[in-house]
Ligand binder design. Sequence first.
Ligand code: DCP
Ligand code: MG
Length: 397
Amino acid sequence: VVSDSEVIPFSVPGYACQRRTTLENHNSVLTDALSLLAENAELSDEDGRGVAFRRAAAVLKALPSAVTHVSQLTGLPCLGEHSLRVIKDILKNGTSSEVESTKASERFKALKVLTGIFGVGAKTADRWIREGIHNLQQLRSSGQTLNRAQQAGLEHYADIRQPVSTAEAEAIRGLVERAVASVLPGAQIVLTGGFRRGKLTGHDVDFLITHPEEGREVGLMPKLVSWLDSRGLLLYQKTSRNSYLESQDGPGRPPSNIDRFERCLSIFKLSTPEAAKTDLQDAAENGVQSEEDGESQSGELGQHLQRKAASERRWRAVRVDLVVSPVSQFAFALLGWTGSKLFERELRRWAGHERGMSLSSHALYDNKQVKRCTECRLTRLDKLAYLTTITFLKANL
Ligand code: DCP
Ligand code: MG
């Protein structure tokens, strides 16, 4: 038993973006529990509650040691009544009844399985559950019309659920670098997302691509995609074009959380290490890969068979996001695509509330100085913003 006088209270700044971001988590039992409740809220279309749990989890993740007594949390920001109740429950009983019952609930399990399909979001999953679809088998036999993304997602379900390793991310970087160097020499590519933050695994691989000469990046994405596709490296791709200038939330308007860069959501066909060398040679020589896709299977047995087939196959499916940015917006794009999602959200909130500025993945504007700006070339303000962002990056990443 610890007496209150022995307990050292923690202290952390209010915004997640003001804290040192670390990969070392001394409170993973607590943060896993809060993250699960956040996930359940997000999957139930309750984003407000989701953010509250994410903020609470981030505060605990930033602590320098494990919480042993609830009194250590006095005065910490972002710990609402609900989160505190869960924390107390775990400190006292080792588990939280709410977390355990959520984990065990049929609805949560079904939401996880269905939204685990690439192309399926919380709303679609909810509709399917209401129609009695709880798993892949039921989805397959339901006769639901699936769009192209969802079809690919279902076909490569087991592969896509499997975390991507740093080695795989590096292998994909190699492919994308070759592709970019071949279609636009001088273009630069950066691995962003979780891997840029030093995470050892990810759910996908994110790349940001630019060219040091403004404007040269225009038209890059279709060429890049067709280079990759013609070599049999893509199982699925959907490109959305850059809509920054025409968008509702262009410069001078409140920035949306979703950016407007030209973006390609894709599923790569990544050769397994043993096969990679010969396949790359084949790809380079023949321009196509000859292997057949694995048979689609359903249910848990299906997933097991998919995984088994994957180990016998010479390739696996990996989710990859490609984003192209003009160099004038590159710093903001890099900051915006490095994540985490909460860090980005908090950074934008901090910029708005504490500095009266609007930050997006395209630009940073002083709300007082710039009423409306329709031109997105480098202005004096952009240069200032660029420097501010770089300083921010250096201090926080
Ligand atoms: N991002 C964004 N706008 C989007 C999508 C993503 O600003 N529409 C940002 C925030 C994310 C980062 O890009 O942190 C990468 O997105 P991911 O979903 O890939 O997240 P992570 O890479 O951080 O995690 P994971 O390891 O699960 O891929
Ligand atoms: Mg990612």
